[in-house]
Design a binder for this molecule. Structure first.
Ligand code: SF4
Ligand code: F3S
Ligand code: FES
Length: 250
């Protein structure tokens, strides 16, 4: 019978750590009109996310570092930023999964005006969202709840998952060019109601998106789908809205 030699047990109580450089795009309009890069050297652990590094920098190195966050668990959508050149949520990006031999770059999302450091003006993004009427529009007050089959609910399930983080819209090259394009996030949220069997204003929303700044600006680049932290098939939703304009809601 073979004998098994047990491996030496891991040292109990020691959590492995590593040193990493976080390179942050800093901007303070009260100090300079130019944005600059600033390096911070921090010791982090395997379970830490980029958001934890930003907190560490803010709490231990420079309290003026400015960024948005709230839930820290991928739900509120407030901490979308460009990490190593890709739009991601800082609270869902494990540092250990990035290349630790190079500085990790952290910048604000593109296409929206930077207010300070990693904080951008989200108003144009929210305005596009408001413009597509992101609420149920139905006529008469019903006698009872509006019934919907499982298949009808499934039709728009994917687009209900949006957390309005703006990672998709601010990764879209069309949006970068002039910022007038409604952007994929607004279209995703229009899709959520256009294909809801209980809603009666699909034509209104399709008319809004059949605009020169609407769905026809999309060039099927797929950046939006790659950026979405909720795994929503964003490009497919945009394509389905285009189809609905041409052929009606299926
Ligand atoms: Fe964020 Fe995805 Fe919604 Fe775009 S579709 S705003 S990437 S959750
Ligand atoms: Fe932009 Fe996505 Fe279309 S990145 S071009 S909205 S496929
Ligand atoms: Fe809420 Fe990241 S802090 S999604």
């Amino acid at each position: 019978m073979a004998t098994v030699t047990p491996e030496a047990p891991a040292e109990i109580g020691v959590i492995p750590s590593f040193d990493v450089t976080i390179r942050v795009r800093r901007f303070n309009p009260e100090v300079s009109e130019e944005a600059t890069w600033q390096d911070f050297h921090v010791t982090m652990f395997g379970t830490d996310r980029v958001l934890d590094a930003l907190h560490k920098i803010k709490w231990e190195h420079d309290g003026s570092l400015t960024f948005r966050r709230s839930c820290a668990h991928g739900v509120c959508g407030s901490d979308a930023m460009r990490i190593n050149g890709r739009n991601r949520l800082a609270c869902k990006t494990l540092i250990k999964d990035l290349n630790l031999n190079e500085p990790i770059t952290v910048e604000p999302i593109k296409g929206l005006e930077v207010e300070k450091d990693l904080v951008v003006d989200m108003n144009p993004f929210y305005q596009a969202y408001r413009d597509i009427k992101p609420f149920l529009i139905a006529g008469d007050k019903p006698e009872r709840e509006r019934l919907q089959s499982a298949e009808q609910r499934e039709r728009f399930d994917d687009t209900t998952k949006c957390i309005l983080c703006a990672a998709c819209t601010t990764s879209c090259p069309v949006f970068w060019t002039d910022g007038q394009y409604f952007g994929p996030a607004a279209i995703v949220n229009a899709h959520r109601f256009i294909f809801d069997s209980r809603d009666e204003a699909a034509e209104v929303r399709l008319d809004i998106l059949n605009d020169k700044e609407g769905v026809w600006r999309c060039r099927t680049t797929f950046n939006c789908t790659e950026a979405c932290p909720r795994g929503i098939q964003v490009t497919r939703a945009v394509a389905e809205v285009k189809q609905a304009i041409l052929r009606g809601r299926a």
